[in-house]
Ligand binder design. Structure first.
Ligand code: SAM
Ligand code: SF4
Length: 363
C-alpha cells in the first residue's frame, strides 16, 4: 500500500472547498495577479521548491548513498536548464517564492552558475539558495555569487579528517574548508549555513568542535536528525541523535537561548547567550513539522514529489516534452499539490520508506 492512501486530503479536486477560485480569495496569499496560489488539500500554502539538478555525487555519505553501485540517471533523462526554469516560472506565478538547488551534488552539474543566472531574476523568486557538500565551492563560489546566488548551505559532519572521511567515504575535509573560506570572502552570501546530520554513535563527539565553529565563524551550524532516506536502508530509530540531545551537549558548555523562527521554518534557532553565534536544530523525527510544511520537490528527472517520504511522483517531464502549455503544467502541479501527504509516518508502525533515497530525491 502506498503511504498516501491513508493521507488523502479532505477536499478532492473539484469539490467546493478546493476550487481555485475559493482558495485564491483567502487573505494573505501570494502569486501572480489572477493566478490562484498553490494550496494543498490540508490548507497549507506551498511557497518553497527544492530542485534537484543531478542525482550524481562525488561523496558517498553513509546516511545518504551506498559505498558504490548506485546507477546514475542517463543524460537524456534529466531536465535541461530551460525546462527547470520554465517549471520554476510556472510555480513562481503560483506563489512559490523560495527555490533551493540541490542534488546529488549540484556543483557536479556542468555550468550550474548559468542556471542560477536564469532563475535569480524570475519574478516571484525572492530567495534562491544552494545546498552543497562544498568540495567544489572554492572554484564556484565566485561565479555563483556573480550569477545571483545569495544563500548557501554546506554539509559538514565533522572537523576531524579521520571522522570526515569515515562519514563521507572521501578524504576531502580540507577542500570543503577551503570552499567555505572562499564563500566567506563574498559578503553577498549570508547567512552561510552548515548542515550536520546527527547520528547516534558518531555525532556526539563532533558536536563541540562544530558548535565552536558557529562561535568563531559567520556560519549558522544546524544539526539535522538522521532520517530513513539512506540508500543502504540501514536506518534504525535508535540511530537518530535528537536535536534535544545535541542541544544538551552544547549547553553543558555554552548556554543557548531561543530566537523566534518563521512558522514555516524547519529549524529551531538558538543563539549563544554570550552573543557569539547561532545554532539550529532540524528535528523531523523527534518533533515533526509536517503541519507547517510548505515544500515540494522536483527531481532531476522531472518528477514532482510532494513529500520527502512520498511513494508517488507526478511526472512533469513528459508534459514538458509533449508541448504542454504553462497552464496545463500549472493544472498538473495544482492537482499534485492537492494530494500532498498530510505527514510522514516515520514514528508509526508499518512506516513505508520513500520510493527513492535522499541523493535521488534532492534533500
Ligand atoms: N550533496 C549536497 C549536500 O550534501 O549538501 C546536497 C544534497 S544532500 C542530499 C542535501 C542534504 O540532505 C544534506 O544536508 C545532507 O546532509 C542531508 N541528508 C542526506 N541524507 C540524509 C538523511 N538520511 N537524513 C537526514 N539528512 C540527510
Ligand atoms: Fe552526496 Fe550530499 Fe548525499 Fe553526501 S549528502 S552523498 S554529499 S548527496
Amino acid at each position: 500500500m502506498r503511504s498516501g492512501q491513508r493521507d488523502e486530503p479532505p477536499a478532492e479536486p473539484g469539490s467546493a472547498r478546493a476550487q481555485p477560485g475559493n482558495v485564491g480569495k483567502r487573505r494573505g496569499l501570494t502569486g501572480a495577479p489572477g493566478v490562484p496560489p498553490l494550496i494543498d488539500g490540508w490548507g497549507r500554502e506551498i511557497k518553497s521548491l527544492r530542485v534537484s539538478v543531478t542525482d550524481k555525487c562525488n561523496f558517498r555519505c553513509r546516511y545518504c548513498m551506498p559505498a558504490e553501485g548506485l546507477e546514475w540517471l542517463g543524460r537524456d533523462e534529466i531536465l535541461s536548464f530551460e525546462e527547470i526554469a520554465r517549471l520554476v516560472r510556472v510555480m513562481a506565478a503560483m506563489g512559490v517564492s523560495e527555490v533551493r538547488l540541490t542534488g546529488g551534488e549540484p556543483l557536479v552539474r556542468r555550468q550550474l552558475p548559468e542556471l542560477v543566472r536564469t532563475l535569480a531574476p524570475i519574478h516571484g523568486v525572492e530567495d534562491l539558495s544552494l545546498t552543497t557538500n562544498g568540495v567544489l565551492l572554492d572554484r564556484f563560489a565566485g561565479p555563483l555569487v556573480e550569477a545571483g546566488l545569495r544563500r548557501l548551505n554546506v554539509s559538514l559532519d565533522s572537523l576531524s579528517h579521520v571522522r570526515f572521511a569515515e562519514i563521507t567515504r572521501r578524504d576531502a575535509l580540507d577542500r570543503v574548508l577551503a570552499g567555505l573560506e572562499e564563500a566567506e570572502r563574498h559578503p553577498e552570501l549570508r547567512p552561510i549555513k552548515i548542515n550536520c546530520v546527527a547520528m547516534r554513535g558518531f555525532t556526539e563527539t563532533e558536536v563541540p568542535a562544530l558548535a565552536e565553529l558557529a562561535r568563531r565563524k559567520p556560519y549558522v551550524v544546524r544539526f539535522i536528525e538522521f532520517m530513513p532516506l539512506d540508500a543502504d536502508e540501514s536506518w534504525r530509530g535508535d540511530e537518530v541523535l535528537t536535536g534535544g540531545e545535541v542541544r544538551r551537549i552544547i549547553e553543558s558548555r555554552w548556554p543557548l537561548e531561543e530566537i523566534p523562527a518563521k512558522p514555516s521554518s524547519t529549524a529551531q534557532r538558538f543563539r549563544f547567550v554570550d552573543g557569539a553565534g547561532e545554532i539550529g536544530f532540524v528535528n523531523p523525527v523527534s518533533e515533526p513539522f509536517c503541519s507547517s510544511c510548505d515544500r515540494i520537490r522536483l527531481t532531476a528527472d522531472g518528477q514532482l514529489r510532494t513529500c520527502l517520504f512520498s511513494r508517488r511522483e507526478w511526472d512533469l517531464k513528459r508534459p514538458l516534452k509533449d508541448g504542454s502549455s504553462d497552464s496545463d503544467l500549472a493544472d498538473l502541479i495544482r492537482f499534485a499539490v492537492r494530494h500532498k501527504e498530510l505527514k510522514h509516518r516515520i514514528n508509526e508502525p508499518g512506516f513505508v520508506r520513500a520510493s527513492r533515497s535522499m541523493s535521488q530525491i534532492g534533500g
